[in-house]
Design a protein around this ligand. Structure first.
Ligand code: FAD
Length: 562
């Protein structure tokens, strides 16, 4: 089959554009189509969690988003009429210290601009109608609508792979007969407004109110705007508003748009504080569901983002998880399409991301149903123990790590190899950052910076006493010889001076303060393999070098091809 493109991406939402950028960064120019005429200018997903910022740093848009966003450093919690304390969301162990508040449309514009700069234009007004997949490729039928005359024409695209990032009504998911198991939350609705507020509570922080009838968040956006987000029992006679539902991309039809006066009324009732609301930018009312697909891939087809999972927007995890799906898939797809990685690597996408979606759906469902309609006893317990719990450092850590998605790991990934040798992060866990000094020019480097370029990284520790530096250099030379540009090895030397034999290589890092040794739990000579998406791929003692090389042969298609 002759291909028009290696990868056809359906949907230019935050997930499709993240995937597009990752493909470009890893050397593949995809074709991206979207049935909408342009980005929808609504703020929908407005929290960028810390892990997503780390991911978007690699993608290349984090600094722009940081400059446009409002930091979210503290959430003041009121439970059942009592102020019980604050969640501290600041000073997180990452280059990105806190979540950011920024409208989804702004995030999408940043991703789209980067995509355009990378030479890929989204083909708007273009809807995927159907596709056929064979073992050799995918043929997709598109309906292209002229934005001026509204006339339509058919276009056929042949691609090696197809990625469904087309939201909760995914064509790819439905065509492959994947199930979308779950349920809707009957009897519950969300109403929300982006507007200005005047009330007695101080600015500079966000608020959560738990009450017997529902819960509410008031979150600060940039430019003096707040998002007011209220969960309430549904109104039985609510009429459907299909247009609004389509705008939201929500799976369940929304009901009539609330007025600013409705929002003010509920806000005052739930918080107990009088307020004035003005300048509404966006008002919405909707119901939601929790569902996830039974498969995230089949043959040459993949789904990511809302196409694979939708859930109640508690904790603002939906778009964040979708962006991380795309980040997981991008380097694998590009590597296989370029013939650098074995096609079996693609199987790890479902193996790694499906359990993440499953636990997200279960976790958000548990949290949501847990705070809805609490008994008198639960309310009393929250008022009594809440202030102690919220001050507890372990509770705060748990909340931070869970919300900020810093503990999303792939413990059962088929790409993992754990041969022990160190007590630091295990294969499948997130790469930890630390600072070292480059032997060649004595400049300071961090692992985060070293892993910014696409490709694999091998950290080779000679041990605290540099007892195995010869073996370390031999492994470094070996992987360079076999895997060339696909992998960058660094030998980490614990002493102040790199040995003469090392020359002035940029690939020798001095860890005289033993910071890297400590973070990675290293005393004896070991290797740590870091994947392109900054998860640990493998670890083991240097004596197990043959095991590492054999493992790499199962991942890389043509050793030494680049
Ligand atoms: C009110 C609201 C608040 C939310 N708040 C948060 C939050 O705070 N944090 C968070 O993380 N998430 C939040 N979410 C969820 C978040 O908006 C979604 O998870 C996110 O938009 C999913 O991105 P996506 O790219 O997968 O899908 P979408 O954003 O739905 O994009 C899919 C794209 O595919 C296009 N498309 C559809 N079908 C086709 C087709 N056949 N052919 C071509 N193109 C097609 C559509 O036009 C669309 O542009 C919220 C959602 C709502 C509704």
């Amino acid at each position: 089959m002759d291909f028009d493109t290696d990868v056809l991406v359906l949907g230019a939402g935050p997930v499709g554009t993240t995937l597009g950028n990752e493909l470009v960064r890893h050397g593949i120019k995809p074709r991206i189509v979207d049935r909408a005429p342009s980005i929808r200018e609504v703020s929908k997903a407005m929290i960028l969690h810390v892990r997503t910022q780390e991911v978007l740093d690699k993608v290349g848009v984090a600094s722009r988003l940081v400059s446009e966003a409002q930091p979210l450093t503290e959430v003041v919690v009121h439970a059942y009429g009592k102020h019980i304390g604050s969640w501290d969301l600041d000073d997180i162990d990452s280059d990105y210290k806190h979540p950011l508040i920024i409208g989804q449309n702004k995030t999408q514009h940043a991703l789209l601009d980067l995509l355009n700069a990378g030479g890929v234009d989204v083909q708007w007004n273009t809807e995927a109608m159907s596709f056929e997949m064979t073992p050799d490729g995918v043929t997709t039928t598109l309906k292209v609508t002229d934005p001026v005359t509204h006339s339509t024409r058919e276009d056929i695209v042949r691609s090696r792979y197809i990625c469904g990032c087309e939201g909760s009504n995914s064509l790819v998911r439905r065509s492959l007969n994947f199930t979308f198991e779950g349920d809707r939350y009957t009897g519950e609705q969300f109403i929300q407004a982006d507007c200005r507020i005047r009330w007695a509570l101080p600015k500079g922080r966000s608020y959560l109110f738990l009450t017997a009838v529902g819960y509410m968040m008031v979150i600060e956006f940039p430019n003096d705007v707040v998002r007011i987000f209220i969960s309430l029992p549904d109104t039985p006679n609510a009429a459907g508003a299909k247009e609004a539902a389509a705008q939201l991309g929500a799976v369940e039809s929304t009901t009539e748009e609330p007025t600013l006066e409705d929002i003010r009324h509920h806000l005052t009732e739930l918080s107990g504080f009088a307020c004035e609301l003005s300048d509404p930018i966006w008002l919405a009312r909707y119901r939601t569901s929790h569902r996830y697909a039974n498969h995230f891939s089949q043959g040459r087809a993949f789904i990511a983002g809302d196409a694979g999972h939708v859930h109640v927007p508690i904790g603002g995890q939906g778009m964040n998880t979708g962006i991380q799906d795309a980040f997981n898939l991008g380097w694998k797809l590009a590597g296989v399409a370029k013939g650098e990685l074995k096609p079996s690597v693609l199987e790890s996408y479902h193996a790694e991301r499906h359990p993440v979606a499953e636990s997200l759906i279960k976790g958000t469902n548990l949290a949501y149903t847990g705070i809805l309609h609490p008994s008198e006893a639960r309310q009393h317990a929250a008022r009594l123990f809440g202030p102690f719990l919220i001050r507890n450092e372990r509770v705060q850590d748990f909340m931070r790590n869970t919300l900020e998605e810093l503990k999303i790991f792939y413990p059962s990934s088929p790409l993992n190899l754990d041969l022990g040798g160190a007590t630091g992060p295990r294969p499948g866990e997130r790469v930890l950052d630390t600072t070292m000094v480059r032997a060649s020019d004595k400049s300071t480097v961090t692992i985060n910076r070293l892993t910014r370029s696409p490709g694999w990284t091998l950290l080779i520790f000679g041990g605290r006493d540099d007892m195995a530096l010869d073996e370390a250099f031999a492994l470094s030379a070996d992987v360079t010889g076999r895997f060339g540009k696909l992998m960058t090895p660094y030998v980490i030397v614990a002493d102040k001076i790199a040995p003469e034999s090392a020359g002035g290589s940029d690939h020798i890092l001095l860890d005289t303060l033993h910071l890297a040794h400590e973070r990675y739990g290293v005393t004896t000579p070991v290797f740590y393999l870091l994947r392109p998406d900054t998860y640990i791929g493998a670890r083991g003692p240097l004596s197990a070098r043959a095991g590492l090389l054999a493992h790499l042969e199962t991942i890389f298609a043509e050793a030494g091809s680049n």
